[in-house]
Structure formats: C-alpha cells, structure tokens
Design a protein around this ligand. Structure first.
Ligand SMILES: [Zn+2]
Length: 306
C-alpha cells in the first residue's frame, strides 16, 4: 500500500474516531468485567481485545494463560502505531491480533514501534516475534531505553513520539524497575503506568528512585490532567481497571510511609511493597528456621550418645 493511500485511509478512520473519546465511559460499558475466570475451560482466547475506538485497543492476556494476565495497549495514529508491552507469551498469537488491527488501519509491522513500560519478563516475552516481523522494538536496558527515547538526563525529562495526529509523551519513573516509564496518550488522555501504579501490589525495588519518580509523576499529572490511569495488571476482582488521576497523590503519600522498618503501606486501591526488605526478612526467617533445625538435630544426636 502506498504511503499516500495509507494516509487517506487512516485519516478517514481518524475522522470517524475523532469525536472526543470518553475513555472512562467506554471502560465502564465493556461487555464483561475484568474478573478472574472461574472456569478456564470455557475461555478460548489467550488474549481479550477491547477497542476503546477504531485506533485504540486494550489487549489483556487471559489469566488462564498466565496468572500475571498483563494489560497491553495498541495505539495508532496517521503515520505509525505503538504497542505498549508484549506480555508473558512468545508473542505469536499477540502478533496475529496486532497484525489484524494494523491491517484494518492500513499499517504493517514495519509501521509499528514496540515499547515497554519496563523490562520485567511478563511485559516483554513476545518481543522476538515482533523483531522477526520487522517492527521497531525498544531494548530492555536503561541505556537502550534512554537512547531510544532520547532522554539524555534520565530519569529527568519527558520524551515524545508522534504517531501522526497523536502525541504520546514518555516519562521515566524508575523504582519498580530501573527502566520503568509512564506513557501519556494525548488522544485518550490516558496515562499508562505499567506496574508502578496498579490496583494491587506495587513492588518497589529502589525506594529512593521510586519516591523521586512518583513526585515527578505527580507534577506531570498536574500539568497534563489525564482522564484515567491504566496499569499493567489488575490484581483485585470486582474493581475497574482504571484509576482516577488522584491516585497518584495517594501513591506519593504511601511511598513516603514505606521504609526499612515498615516495608508495606496500603491505601484504598493498592499496597506498596518494599521488596528488598521483604526478601531479606524472608531470608532471615529461613536461616533462623534452618539454624533451629540444625541445633535440634545436634542436641538430639548428643543426647543419643550420652
Ligand atoms: Zn513489573
């Protein structure tokens, strides 16, 4: 397809979809809630596809395929498309879904950029399939992420990518993972927060970086006024996926409460878990248990000899 023809098709589709999109209203009327399935045998599709409009898709891996069940996002403009995260699987089925949606809008894989909210494996396991298909796939290290988005002062600064009449801004928010980013879509005004702000447990590996990131995120949210925050997972049943932008303020407060003595802080929608402290505590517990068992064995062996 020629570039001109593609532009015409996508422009027409954009015109159809150009009326203001109320993301929260659309999220509220999705056919079924994002529940954990009670019977996986009835669920065939490994990925649930929910269009917000013709050029915006929420893709959720089935919890029957992997309990992480991450949310992925496909956003299209008039000149290129952006896939946010590639999930827990090899990407073959995901690529079929994405290919179909791209084709419907006059795009192919070479028009696709694949980015990641962060580099944990449940967000990038399908990458190789997209590399092989010809998409531009952002790397996983901080250096690669920084270089691709041209964020010279990482983690300071904001980058952007223009999909064509659709600007996406990228804000570094390390702390959950050293290369975490948030993405703000100007079309839907949705803020994609990865695992740094979800309904569930928010694991923090670098607390200082996390506190600085959420402070920057709060300032960013104040400046762009998002319609909704969409995280990479939904770990609680009977709740909507979307979080109100005010939840960022809650994140700031809770991130200040967490420390070496108190590694958990819970709010209305999520719990921050300071993971290194929890892991050290578990490790110490295991060591104490093993030490206790060994001393009991030594004592009983001594008694038998007496
Ligand atoms: Zn993660």
């Amino acid at each position: 397809m020629t570039t001109v023809l593609r532009w015409v098709i996508t422009s027409l589709l954009l015109k159809v979809a150009s009326s203001p999109l109320d993301v929260n209203a659309r999220l509220a009327v999705l056919e079924e809630p994002w529940l954990s399935p009670t019977n996986c045998e009835l669920i065939r599709d490994p990925i649930r596809v929910e269009p917000l409009d013709e050029i915006t898709f929420i893709l959720r891996e089935s919890p029957c395929v992997d309990q992480e069940a991450p949310f992925l996002f496909l956003l299209m403009g008039t000149v290129r498309a952006l896939l946010v995260d590639t999930g827990t699987q090899d990407g073959v089925f995901l690529a079929e879904v994405v290919s179909q949606k791209l084709a419907e809008n006059g795009f192919g894989f070479t028009d696709l950029v694949v980015a990641h909210t962060h580099s944990h494996l449940d967000h990038r396991s399908g990458d190789e399939t997209f590399v092989n298909a010809g998409a531009i796939v952002v790397g996983h290290t901080v250096e690669e992420v920084q270089k691709f988005w041209n964020l010279e002062a990482w983690p300071e600064g904001v980058a952007s990518i223009d999909l064509g009449d659709r600007l996406i801004e990228i804000l570094p928010i390390p702390g959950h993972n050293d290369n975490s980013i948030a993405l703000f879509d100007h079309r839907t005004r949705a803020l994609l927060s990865g695992d740094s702000l979800i309904r569930g447990n928010i694991n923090v590996t670098d607390l200082i970086a996390f506190r600085q990131s959420v402070a920057r995120l709060a300032r960013f949210v104040d400046s762009v006024n998002p319609s909704v925050v969409l995280g990479g997972h939904l770990e609680r049943d009977n709740v909507p996926l979307g979080l109100a932008p005010a939840s960022v303020a809650e994140l700031v407060v809770l991130s200040e409460r967490v420390n070496f003595v108190r590694p958990f802080a819970s709010g209305d929608h999520f719990t921050i878990v300071y993971l290194p402290v929890v892991l050290v505590a578990i490790g110490c517990g295991v060591l104490l248990l093993i030490g206790g068992l060994i001393s009991r064995l030594v004592l009983s062996a001594k008694r038998r000899r007496m």
